[in-house]
Design a protein around this ligand. Structure first.
Ligand SMILES: O=P(O)(O)OC[C@H]1O[C@H](OP(=O)(O)OP(=O)(O)O)[C@H](O)[C@@H]1O
Ligand SMILES: NC(=O)CC[C@H](N)C(=O)O
Ligand SMILES: [Mg+2]
Length: 501
């Protein structure tokens, strides 16, 4: 889950891309980058850090031109600490191409070898996105074979890319002197949408909030497998480039990743979270009678809509018991367990009066490693709560994710191979209520019944691309950023009687 944006306009785009990246900051906090193009020349600035820290006035002035791309990175492959892996990536041939990617390739290592031995291409980082760019470049090269680039060559290249690469990918690329190319994997796992402004500017972005927040109007989502090519005059061509496309968006986008004010694949993220709160309320009733709960308290930020709806349905007061330090980012997408743990206390502080002597129901959108919930339950107890109940708007996260969410090992997941009672003891609450997997799917799917389904692999262990084996997951784990640090830290999760996977 990174955030990507691409723009073709009649006016300079540097500020527009910067503003868009600010609207996508919740999708990646580790690195940021922008590339613009003027007269066939690319101008790029990228570095580690949040958008506001990466771009100074002098960097912005050095990004001229009326088209460009941007990315905020949340590392899920390669090396999280490497500045070189910040995006966009660049190759000089054919034509000159720059690319930004949201997602995760599951066959990156095999492709890396193939690119070297067969295609004679050099990959200089551990990033799967650089591999993706080189596969695209290689296929554009093969499609054009030394002649001028034509839009059908671009679509033929994307079709070949779909045949070669596996995993999840929402991609935006600029081909120097030609235009902007955007495409989405054949399962539409990661989001990508298209919109425009009245002045003729055309924008492609991960989430609709970017379009709305920059006075653009959302036209539509890019379909799974579809490629869209926008030339420098703003003419749009599109083609379905996948053999057998299906729409299986990642359900974790609706649970946590996306902003609530975005609409992804026709589904309002906010409404999805309200629905999840509604179905969770039904589960709560069967576990703890509402008469034994004094107050419902959300764990800011992402759980708020679900907690609010749950409280309303149960006829319970909804109160803000935790104040969020707005200068601390999202903890889940920070790299490394040590920093995540420290950040929960830096980020959230209690309003003691909301807890003292009360039976509180804390609601979070999801419990993944349990970092947040263990700290929060303890904070509620320290603030004098009588009983501390905990509810999660998502079901237990039991399986690794291979499609662009940094949860690559089962052992780091608090719910893996543990019973709900064991998780409850580990978190330290008096009762733990989880959403049910089918109820979660139904809550979101009811907003778009014609959907083929969801990628809900971290909840149900079903990998929609159908080609993921345990060996793949282990291999990808070895390739992961910060693997060692996370492993060391999750060993401390162990309960004396807990089983491990
Ligand atoms: O069980 P864990 O491993 O702690 O992960 C789950 C928590 O992390 C996320 O919060 P985060 O602080 O990232 O972002 P938010 O402010 O959007 O809720 C999520 O909303 C949960 O609170
Ligand atoms: N979360 C993402 O989309 C990450 C993109 C890419 N796999 C990287 O690690 O840079
Ligand atoms: Mg949270």
């Amino acid at each position: 889950m990174c955030g990507i944006v691409g723009v073709i306009s009649n006016a300079p785009v540097n500020q527009l891309i910067y503003d868009s990246l600010l609207l996508l900051q919740h999708r990646g906090q580790d690195a940021a980058g922008i590339v613009t193009q003027q007269e066939r020349k690319f101008f790029m600035h990228k570095a580690k850090g949040m958008v506001k820290d990466v771009f100074r006035t002098r960097n912005m002035r050095a990004l001229p031109g009326n088209c460009g791309l941007g990315q905020v990175r949340y590392p899920t492959a390669g090396n999280a600490f490497s500045e070189e892996e910040a995006q966009p990536f660049y190759v000089n041939a054919p034509f000159g191409i720059v690319l930004v990617h949201n997602g995760n390739l599951t066959n990156a290592q095999a492709l890396r070898l193939e690119l070297f031995t067969t295609d004679h291409r050099h990959i200089n980082t551990e990033s799967d996105s650089e591999v993706l760019l080189n596969v695209l470049a290689d296929e554009i090269d093969k499609a054009t074979r030394g002649k001028a680039l034509d839009v059908q060559d671009v679509f033929a290249a994307v079709a070949a890319v779909h045949r070669r690469i596996r995993g999840s990918y929402a991609v935006i690329a600029l081909i120097a002197g030609h235009g902007l190319l955007a495409f989405r994997d054949p399962y539409g796992i990661r989001p990508l949408c298209l919109g425009r402004n009245t002045d003729g500017t055309i924008m492609v972005a991960s989430e609709s909030v970017v379009l709305e927040g920059s006075s653009h109007v959302l036209d539509r989502d890019i379909a799974p497998g579809e490629a869209v090519f926008i030339d420098l005059e703003g003419n749009i061509s599109t083609q379905q480039c996948a053999q057998n496309p299906h729409l299986y968006p990642c359900i974790f986008e609706f649970v946590y990743l996306a902003r609530p004010d975005s609409v992804l694949d026709g589904i309002s993220v906010y409404q999805a979270r309200l629905n999840l709160g509604e179905t969770l309320a039904k589960r709560v009733v069967s576990a703890v009678p509402p008469s034994q709960i004094d107050v419902v308290i959300p764990i800011p930020e992402s759980s708020r809509p679900s907690a609010m709806q749950l409280a309303q349905l149960l006829g319970l007061p909804y109160r803000e018991g935790f104040v969020k330090n707005r200068y601390v980012g999202r903890t889940f997408i920070m790299p490394g367990q040590g920093v995540r743990k420290k950040s929960v206390r830096q980020k959230l502080n209690v309003i003691g009066s909301e807890f003292k002597g009360r039976n509180v129901l804390l609601v979070d959108d999801s419990i993944v490693r349990g970092t947040t919930s263990r700290e929060i339950v303890q904070m509620a107890r320290e603030a004098g709560a009588n009983k501390v109940y905990m509810a999660s708007a998502a079901p237990p996260v039991r399986y690794p994710n291979v499609y662009g969410i940094d949860m690559p090992t089962s052992s780091e997941l608090v719910a893996h191979d543990r019973t709900i009672d064991q998780i409850r003891d580990l978190i330290g609450c008096d009762a733990l209520i989880y959403q049910d997997v089918d109820a979660m799917k139904e809550a979101v799917r009811s907003l778009r019944p014609d959907l083929d389904g969801f990628d809900a692999s971290c909840f149900d262990g079903v990998y929609v691309t159908g080609d993921i084996t345990l060996a793949d997951i282990e291999r990808m784990n070895d390739e992961r950023p910060n693997a060692q640090e996370d492993e060391e830290d999750t060993s401390r999760l162990a309960l004396p009687n807990a089983r491990h996977g």
